[in-house]
Design a protein around this ligand. Structure first.
Ligand code: C2O
Length: 304
């Protein structure tokens, strides 16, 4: 995939290909040695798509604000061998955006410290938000006298979700990973309150702005234990590599999955195992409540 990207924002930005196993230089993350793409500047993202799947992309600079203002989108990588029987896919991107009474986006910092602590949530549920079909003129009168039509109406209720149908035979084989000789890495997700009352989130008590990096060797297998010392959940993301969750609060997940983000529950811990393949460089990990990430709950790992 080659993306000719031009930054037309009045501020710096990047595109992070969330969940894609791309080389570090294409990851669009802001490590201490990578700077944002300046206003007016351009960058060419160029990488091989190694995995089929449903991914997304978004800026990784001032990300709580830039995503909050709508800069994100889906990236579907099709598997050429996928059975056609699956039929058409409908991709929906649901976003928590805060809007004022006039429907304009609220500024990213409108929630203050409290908003940062909770992480931004949308403040308006668009009851009867309807997906509409709009006439598109393909020539020869194809749009003539054709009204717009409602295609899909979304209604929210309190019922439990229906069981999804069994997709037999579609599951990839995901081998268990032996962790006997894996290198352990222990992290805590922390909140510290300075003498002046300022909140700083961090990893092991250190906010991102002051953090060094942890290290890994190409070919190494590591087991990370991520402890949550907060009374709020934190979805934890490791950039660039898939991992397998071993257990959450000591309980193994019902099925084995490749993940790039997994939740660490309130006052709990999540353990995962990851193999670092031959894509060296600096990578980020962080809480994916982006207000928390921006408040310092991010770190880096240098793979050499
Ligand atoms: Cu989806 Cu590091 O971000």
């Amino acid at each position: 995939m080659i993306v000719h990207f031009k930054n037309s924002l009045p501020e710096g930005t990047t595109i992070h290909w969330h969940g894609l196993r791309v080389p570090a230089a294409m990851d669009g993350a802001l490590t201490h040695d990578q700077s944002p793409i300046a206003p007016g500047a351009a960058f060419e993202y160029d990488f091989i798509l190694p995995d089929a799947g449903t991914f997304w992309y978004h800026p990784h600079f001032d990300s709580a604000a830039q995503l909050g203002n709508g800069l994100d989108g889906p990236l579907i990588v099709d598997d050429p061998t996928e059975p056609a029987a699956l039929g058409d896919e409908v991709v929906m991107v649901l976003s928590d955006a805060s809007v004022d009474a006039g429907g304009r986006l609220e500024p990213a910092d409108s929630g203050g410290d409290f908003g940062t602590l909770f992480g931004r949530e949308g403040n308006t549920l668009a009851e009867g938000l309807t997906l509409r079909w709009l006439p598109y003129d393909r020539g020869f009168g194809t749009a003539y006298n054709r009204p717009e039509e409602d295609v899909l109406r979304i209604r929210f209720n309190d019922e439990a979700p229906a069981q999804s149908p069994e997709l037999s035979g579609l599951g990839r084989k995901i081998p268990a990973m032996d962790v006997a000789t894996a290198i352990p890495v222990d992290l805590s997700l922390t909140l510290t309150i300075a003498d002046d009352g300022a909140l700083a989130m961090g990893i092991n008590g250190i906010p991102f702005s002051e953090a060094g990096h942890i290290s890994a060797r190409v070919g190494e297998r590591q087991v990370w234990t991520v402890r949550n010392t907060f009374e709020r959940d934190h979805p934890f993301q490791l950039h660039g590599f898939f991992f397998q969750v071993l257990d959450v609060n000591g309980i193994a997940p019902a099925s084995r999955e490749w993940k790039n983000t997994a939740n660490v529950p309130v006052d709990g811990q999540m353990r995962f195992v990851v193999d670092f393949d031959d894509r060296p460089g600096m990578r980020m990990f962080h809480c994916h409540i982006l207000d928390h990430a921006e408040a310092g709950m991010m770190g880096m790992i240098l793979l050499q």
